[in-house]
Design a protein around this ligand. Structure first.
Ligand code: ADP
Ligand code: MG
Length: 362
């Protein structure tokens, strides 16, 4: 019989917001569902309700035939009865126990041999060999989080809940654990619900994405699909899509639509259902910049643009452009240097038609 986690509940904080969640997660296969949204939208609260650390005020949480929470009849199973794994942002290891001791902690009622076998297997899976006898203070952040992950997985939970598990780590540890996490979950066959506000993490790890905003789940789909086709302009902003501009529909031709953004015309894929106006969402990665300003500006989506701001972001630079409307471009720092771009200069911005997503205005 197929077994899923079904929930539909509300959590109301006194003098605080109302957090709502309604979704179903299949728990038969080791898939990763990402709960994504801006800080304060309610992600941790949803996870705490699922884990049994917080009581919803209304609604239910069910796992297959089991009722974990029925607010109406005051049913509330404690966390240990739900057989879940939980990984927090801040490791939460037992400081007085060694790595092996932390890993073995959840294995109560299991023979010594079996306990030893499982701890050794987990140490190998998490690449913690040689660190078995160290205490948490003698480990790096990345190693501590590996132990926390191992401790959550060692009793083979039916579902793993992770609340921004990589956000406290330095970038190299973050990247290596992120690369391995999927393989570890797949190897153990454990489904997971992962809270993050990191877009790369969501795209790399998620099989499905629940997009949360204003205390509720607003969109549910494949991660790449949700990131490229948000349902509303507000969600586009929450997803960090750099440009959201109101446009007027001019004409339709061969699956494309010509729109006016201020005095500028753009061609974009026709999503269907358009009326007179739309919001055009343009991802910064879909905008390229070149120096040549003399070419034919009527070429498809080639816009004359003034650089009004430059924001370095690691290997990338976020360019704020004025091309008749405010346009954001995300270019590599290397390209910026190569083109010797400076604030105040005029460049050509090329917008890929496929980087434009139109949301109808009703
Ligand atoms: P996220 O994890 O998405 O950042 P949280 O679930 O931590 O969001 O918080 C959602 C909202 O609920 C925030 O506005 C927060 O201030 C509020 N909140 C969280 N926990 C409590 C609490 N125990 N009492 C009152 N308000 C709370
Ligand atoms: Mg949180």
């Amino acid at each position: 019989m197929s077994r899923s986690l079904d929930c539909d509940f509300e959590c109301r904080f006194k003098q605080g917001p109302v957090i709502r969640a309604a979704f179903a997660l299949p728990t038969e296969e080791a898939s990763v569902t990402v709960l994504f949204g801006p800080s304060g939208c309610g992600k941790t609260t949803v996870l705490r309700c699922l884990a049994g650390l917080e009581k919803p005020d209304t609604g239910f949480i069910r796992f297959g035939e089991e009722s974990w929470c029925e607010a109406a009849t005051q049913v509330h199973q404690p966390p240990q009865r739900r057989t879940l794994g939980f990984v927090f942002q801040d490791y939460a290891l037992f400081p007085n126990l060694s790595v092996a001791g932390n890993l073995a902690y959840p294995l109560v009622g299991i023979s010594k041999d079996e306990r030893h076998r499982r701890v050794s297997a987990m140490i190998a899976l998490l690449k913690l060999e040689g660190l078995e006898h160290r205490r948490p203070v003698e480990l790096s952040g990345g190693q501590q989080q590996r132990v926390a992950l191992g401790r959550a997985l060692i009793h083979r939970p039916r579902l793993l809940l992770m609340d921004e598990p990589l956000s406290a780590l330095d970038r190299p540890s973050q990247e290596s654990l992120r690369r391995e996490l999927r393989g570890i979950l797949r190897e153990m066959g454990i489904p997971a619900l992962l809270v993050t506000h990191d877009r790369n993490e969501a795209l790399m790890l998620g099989d499905r994405l629940l997009l949360m905003q204003d205390g509720g789940i607003q969109q549910d789909g494949l991660p790449a699909e949700v990131f490229t086709r948000p349902r509303t302009p507000e969600l586009a902003q929450a997803l960090g899509i750099g440009t959201v501009v109101r446009v007027r529909i001019l004409s339709r031709e061969n699956g494309l639509v010509r729109v006016a953004a201020g005095s500028v015309e753009l061609l974009a894929p026709d999503p269907g259902g358009l009326g007179e106006y739309a919001h055009a969402c343009i991802r910064g990665e879909g905008v390229a910049v070149e120096r040549e300003v003399h070419g034919d500006p009527t070429t498809r989506n080639r816009l004359r643009a003034k650089i009004v701001g430059m924001e370095p972001q690691g290997a990338l630079v976020r360019l704020h452009l004025d091309c008749g409307f405010s346009l954001e471009a995300l270019v590599t720092a290397w390209a910026c240097e190569d083109l010797n771009l400076r604030e105040g200069e005029t460049v050509m911005a090329m917008v890929k038609a496929t980087a434009i997503h139109l949301i109808p205005v009703w």
